[in-house]
Design a protein around this ligand. Structure first.
Ligand SMILES: Nc1ncnc2c1ncn2[C@@H]1O[C@H](COP(=O)(O)OP(=O)(O)OP(=O)(O)O)[C@@H](O)[C@H]1O
Ligand SMILES: [Mg+2]
Length: 235
């Protein structure tokens, strides 16, 4: 069974099709890159997937169910969306404490996930003093709290410095080695190429291609294949 399914997903904003009859699947235990130019509909599709937006048409499934129908969703699915908000006046620890309380998660996980994202030293600092990269790490930490079997990451490399991006690569590989299913959107194609098994490419809301990365690229660099498929390259 696919871990994630988009079936005929359409999301319209005032007549504009942000996502347009989009169907794709994510296979369990694999790292899937979700690619598309700016405005292609990636974040919208992911927001529909985790019930932060309601589809105009079509449906989505995670682990065989609608996200809203999952029991203990934080323990099944970890989500990092760029819009994710933390309380600026609370510390990293306090922000995660709110989430463990909401998700009935053992609070011992907080220090574990802070260590995992290398934020232990910032544990007692207020989030309003965090850099963008620190906030991204805290978002990843929050997604990990429930030790979920699926991770949905929308541009997790945003704001990370080169060392942070290298760290993110090993982080994603480590999660994948533990059998976690990962759907990750990114514009960093050279980076993504080294970590993904499969790719899904979307443009103007529509599916352009999906499948194992080697099948999609046919020996090209992922960036070349992407530009060719989305019409963004020189032809
Ligand atoms: N809440 C909203 N209201 C109106 N239009 C929206 C809304 N959210 C997204 N859109 C529009 O939907 C389209 C898809 O946007 P989306 O953010 O999903 O793209 P994306 O692939 O995530 O782009 P990026 O790579 O820049 O993050 C864009 O045209 C965007 O302007
Ligand atoms: Mg986006």
């Amino acid at each position: 069974m696919a871990a994630i399914v988009f079936r005929g997903l359409t999301k319209t904003y005032r007549g504009t099709h942000a996502v347009d009859n989009f169907s794709a699947e994510v296979q369990p235990g694999r790292v899937t890159g979700f690619l598309g130019p700016n405005g292609a509909g990636k974040s919208t599709a992911l927001r529909c997937l985790v019930a932060l937006a309601s589809p105009t048409k079509g449906r989505t499934r995670i682990l065989g169910k609608r996200y809203q129908a999952l029991k203990d969703p934080q323990k099944r699915v970890g989500v990092v969306l760029d819009s994710r908000g933390f309380h600026p006046g609370l510390t990293a620890y306090q922000n995660l404490r709110v989430l463990t309380t909401m998700g009935a998660i053992d609070k011992a996980r907080i220090d574990e996930v802070l260590a995992e994202v290398e934020l232990s030293e910032a544990r007692n600092k207020r989030v309003k003093g965090f850099s963008l990269g620190m906030k991204q790490r805290l978002s990843l930490a929050s997604a990990l709290l429930g030790s979920p079997e699926v991770l949905i990451l929308d541009e997790p490399a945003n704001g990370l410095d080169p060392a942070g991006i290298a760290w993110l690569r090993s982080f994603i590989k480590g999660q994948a080695d533990r059998g976690v299913t990962i759907l990750v959107s990114s514009h960093q194609l050279a980076e993504l190429e080294t970590i993904v098994d499969d790719v899904i490419i979307i443009n103007k809301g529509k599916l352009i291609a999906s499948g194992p990365v080697a099948e999609i690229t046919g020996g090209e660099r992922l960036e070349q294949a992407f530009l060719r498929l989305t019409g963004g390259g020189l032809s």
